[in-house]
Design a binder for this molecule. Structure first.
Ligand code: DQA
Length: 144
């Protein structure tokens, strides 16, 4: 099973950015956790991070016909990007949305998720562990 994990803007700053909200673990820790999960579960998991909306749209489009599941944290684009929502709809691949923080308990502008309108599950407020949960969900639901 092939899964792509997509991270949006500023996720590469984990460990530096607002540690009281996002924790002290670094982006490199996140990549290691995802790689470890892939190894343990026997999955082919690829990662992609970009600070650019169009690059994320391009990467989602390139999943068409090649990828069985998408885990996506669109970060700030969660709350603004119809383009990312439309790209997910266009490829029609099962997707899970992840947020490191519990966006429900934050500012009003974070209460809208465009990507979440497509994703079949949203995991929020579980820290980096949320990515592992999302991968396991896709494996259980769509693996083999
Ligand atoms: C985030 C929440 C977003 O509101 C924010 O813009 C982010 C990270 C999270 O993982 O908690 O950059 O997606």
């Amino acid at each position: 099973m092939r899964i792509l994990v997509i991270n949006g803007p500023n996720i590469n700053m984990l460990g530096i950015r607002e540690p009281a909200i996002y924790g002290k673990n670094t982006f490199s820790d996140l990549l290691s956790l995802i790689e470890q999960t892939a190894r343990e579960e026997g999955l082919d998991v690829e990662q992609f991070q970009s600070n650019h909306e169009g690059a994320i749209v391009d990467r989602i489009q390139s999943c068409y016909g090649t990828t069985d599941g998408i885990v996506i944290n669109p970060a700030a684009y969660t709350h603004t990007s119809v383009a990312i929502l439309d790209a997910l709809k266009a490829v029609g691949i099962p997707a899970v949305e992840v947020h490191i923080s519990d966006v429900d308990k934050r500012e009003p502008f974070r209460q809208i998720s465009y990507a979440g309108l497509y994703c079949e599950k949203t995991i929020k407020g579980h820290g980096l562990e949320g990515y592992r949960e999302a991968i396991l969900y896709l494996k259980e639901r769509y693996g083999q």
